[in-house]
Structure formats: C-alpha cells, structure tokens
Design a protein around this ligand. Structure first.
Ligand SMILES: [Zn+2]
Length: 209
C-alpha cells in the first residue's frame, strides 16, 4: 500500500501542484514581486553548454523527487547526488525561502525550483523534496536581458542536438519562450516536431500553460 504512494505523489505533483506553483511564481504576474529576486545573474557560467554536456544537469531529469517516511522499513527514495551540487539562486535566509526556492547549476547556469515539505503524521513523519528544471523563460527574473538572449540563441539550435535530453529541454524551452510572450504561432510546429523528444518537451510546456 505504501509503495503505491510514491508514484502517486509524483503524479499528483505533476498534475496538480506544479501548474499552480508555476502560475503563481513568475515575477510580476501576481506571484513573487520582481524586487524580491535575490540576484540577477549577469556573468553566468557557460550559457552555451547544453544540459547534456553538464556533469551535474546531465544526471538530473526534468523532475526529481525524494521521499522518506520515518518509522517505515521501506528504503527512502533519494535524489541523484548531483542535486546537492546545485546552489541557491535566492537568499534562503528569507522567510519561507529555505524550503521553497530557485537553485542554479554552478557549471552551466541552468535553474531549478526546489520545494521541501515535511508532514507530521500519527504513524511517522513524511519528508519529501521536489526539484524541477526550469526553462530560461520560467527563470526569466534571474537573468539579465543579455544573458537571456544568449541562452535562448543557443537553444534555437538544440532541437538538432545529438542528446535526447537536450532536445527535450529545447522543446520545453522554446515553447516556454513563446508562451511567456503570448506568441503562439510557432507552438504547433514544435508540438508536431519530427523529433519525438522535441515534441514531448513542447507538449510538457504546453500542457502547463
Ligand atoms: Zn548544469
């Protein structure tokens, strides 16, 4: 019974929590005010590096989670060790930020949203962490105009990348860029893209939008 709760939790997060969180997160759209962004990254690492070339990001899928139910014999589920190498991109000393903030890869500069939750239950507490890779448009408030333009320029070539992981992220990122700007005319082309990984990435983003 307990084993079944792991995938369900991830599914619920994908279907219910994340769309709500992301809708309320983007700076200037009713979520976190732009002024609260702790730092804008001007000289960000290697923005031309794809996630597949990065020794941290290549080991992380677009959505990772850990789950630990204390007092149960079942082994806790852990995130890949590379997740611990990501660095906070916000001041985690601020109220509420320690358990819910954006992280950044110190090698390639890719952003992630990290959420930690702990529930105290009668039969033992449950701790869980969720880590979602953000597209450049989703992390727009953390990037200068120049940095954003550069990373998106590199992204336009990624649908042809030899790595399926990089192509999937390109599909997500390119559609995310258009959706954030309200420019939908190119979206159908990505949804029906000849490469299935690009199309799946595009569908992921479109479903959230
Ligand atoms: Zn990276």
């Amino acid at each position: 019974m307990h084993a079944a709760s792991l995938p369900r939790k991830a599914v619920v997060y994908e279907l219910v929590v994340r769309p709500i969180v992301e809708t309320n997160f983007w700076p200037g759209q009713g979520g976190e005010p732009r002024s609260a962004v702790h730092m804008r990254i001007e000289s960000m690492e290697d923005k031309d590096m794809s996630i597949a070339e990065c020794e941290i990001c290549s080991k992380l899928t677009d959505f990772e989670y850990s789950f630990d139910k204390h007092g149960w014999e079942e082994q806790p589920r852990r995130m890949p060790v590379e997740a611990a190498q990501l660095e906070p991109a916000e001041d985690i000393a601020l109220r509420g930020k320690e358990n819910d903030h954006v992280k950044r890869c110190p090698i390639c500069g890719t952003f992630y949203r990290y959420v930690y939750t702990s529930e105290y239950l009668v039969n033992g507490s449950e701790d869980s962490e969720e880590l979602t890779r953000l597209t450049p448009a989703e992390a727009r408030g953390f990037l200068s105009d120049e940095a954003y333009d550069r990373v998106m320029a590199a992204m336009t070539g990624r649908p042809n990348d030899p790595s399926a992981q990089a192509r999937h992220y390109a599909g997500r990122s390119l559609v995310s860029h258009d959706v954030e700007r309200g420019e939908y005319h190119q979206v159908p082309a990505y949804l029906t893209y000849p490469d299935a990984d690009v199309a799946r990435g595009a569908i992921w983003t479109s479903w959230q939008a």
